[in-house]
Structures are given as structure tokens and as C-alpha cells.
Write a protein that binds this ligand. Sequence first.
Ligand code: MG
Length: 375
Amino acid sequence: MPDRALAAYAARPEHSRGRRHREASPVGRGEYQRDRDRIIHSTAFRRLEYKTQVFINHEGDLFRTRLTHSLEVAQIARSVARSLRLDEDLTEAIALAHDLGHTPFGHTGQDALNACMRPYGGFEHNLQSLRVVDLLEQRYATFDGLNLTFETREGILKHCSVANARQLGDVGERFVKKRRPSLEAQLANLADEIAYNNHDVDDGLRSGLIHLDQLASVRIVARHLKAVRRQHPRLADRRLVHETVRRMISTLVTDLIRASAANLRRHAPGSIEEVRLAPPLIAFSARIREESLELKRFLRDNLYRHFHVVRMSAKARRVVFELFGAFLSDPALLPPEFQARAQDEPARAIADYIAGMTDRYAILEHRRLFSIEET
Ligand code: MG
């Protein structure tokens, strides 16, 4: 379904490099819409509800999970896509799928599993997201995975080591040849950054681990905080936070649209193929990039390295290490479907099993394996 509103540089479903397994064209919806729908119906997508990024799932019901995070990324990315006349369906599909390969327990879980997997080829969460949609989902009669289009798969593989990229064929090629992905993929990546920086400020404040007065040193927050306080001197703290975060997201989104539109005018790529050869074109202005980095540094030093988070992370790391160790020393402990796969590549099958776990499932499985009272 060609869309006249799309810009020349947008991805177009009718020019897609296609799917790995041939399928008839969808009826009543486009190829990228079908990708988006398949992602939403996948098991890995549903599990995002019980996976977290910073706070572990049982710490509270109000914090972001990877599911709500992915929805926020999709919302931001779609707004920008529409404004720049990019393909909204592709943007949304990539945004919704971008975290599918994440382990339980956020960054800690990923680092722990990567350490376990070091002798066996390592563990990269972007690569795992691709593995989920290419191989691990089992829903279709005639192929493994979701059989998504090349463009969605390319967007999901945000980063990848060159060594791994060489094993991946067409979708890994850009890391070897140093090419760019579609603008839709570039956009989903930056929408991710906007979403997590802002919701981590919100969740950090809500948890009490960071305080409003600390944020006075972070320019982008301080500027909006000051403006809201001036306009609404008697606002309760929760509303003050929401109003500030809302304005920050709006500033970042507006800047992303303006700076990217200027880049697109300057380079004027005439097709997605020209986008691949150009420098990254979806970008913040230099000033906002700098302010966004300042906010990231603040969150790293004050939230991600807060002793409460560090303590939780230490426990989470132990759970992943102990699960991996137990399964590797005795693959008979694995559920039957993973045992079959463990015969060829035990470590990889164990990594797939652990990566697929939600926070609470990992805790439960750890208890089942290590506590004599559990069955
Ligand atoms: Mg993300």
C-alpha cells in the first residue's frame, strides 16, 4: 500500500528486502504493520511486563517495566516519524521489539549473562532480540521465529560486534561495511534514549533514591523545574515532577525533529539506499545532545550506582550466575524443550532459557533449584 505522504527517504514496504521465508503479501495491512502485529502477539512481548530496567519487578507496581518502556518508546518514535514523514509502522515495530531479548534484572542481568557466556561466544541483548524474532518464538507451522521483514530485523539489531555481524549475513552487513540503518531504525534508537532518561528521572524521584534538589545541577531538568515553579508556585511535588518531565520530553522531541529535519534537508537522501550511505541523520542538536549526556551522567552516578540499586543488582547477579552454573553442570535440570536444544550447544540453550525469564520467574526458578523446601 504505497503512501503518498511518505518522504523519499522513508522505508517503503513495497521496496522491502523481504522476509527470510517467502509468504504471501498481507491482505488489508502493510508488511510493516504485519511485523508490528506479530511482535505484539509474541510470547517475548508479553514477558516484557515482568522485566525491568533499573528497579526489580517486585519493588513496586508504579515503576516502569520493559513493556511500559517499550510503549513509551513507540509513542515517542511514532510522533517523530509522522512529523518527518517516515514509515510509522516500521518505526513502531522496531520500537516495540527493541527490548525483546533483554534478560531479567535489567542491565545487571545482561552483564551477568554476558560474563557467564564469555567462553561460549558472549551474550549481547540486541543480538538476542534478533534471535527471539528469528528463531526462538515458535508460533508458525512452517518456520521458526516471526519471519519479520529485513528492515524490522535490521532495526532490532541496534549494535553488534563485527565478529558476530559476520555470522549474520545480510542483516549484519552494515556493521562490517560501516553503513547506517533506515531512518526509522535511527529514530527508534533515539526515542529509546528520550524515554529511559525521562522515566528514570520520574522513577528515581518516586522511589526516593534521588531528590528534586539534586537535579538543580542538571541543566535540562533545572531549566524546566524553574519555569514550572515560577508559573505554579504552590504545585504539589508529584505534579511538579510530572509537569517537568513532560516538558523535558517535549523539548527533546521537538529538538530531535528540528535537528533531523535540518540534516535531511542538507543531505537530501533520495531513497533508503542513500540513507544507508549517509552519516547518521536522525540526531539531536549539539546543545541538546550535550545536555542529554549530562542527564545520563547524573543518572549513572546518582541512581544506577545508588547503594540500594547496587545491592539489588548484586543479588540479581548472583541469581543469574547460580542458575547458569547449575544448568551447565547438569543440563538435566533444564525443562525438556531446552534439554533437546542443549545437546548441540548447552551454554547457548541455557542462555536462551535464562534470557527469556522474567524477573519473578528467575527468582522462583532459583528458589526451586537451591531451596530444599521447594519442589
Ligand atoms: Mg530500551
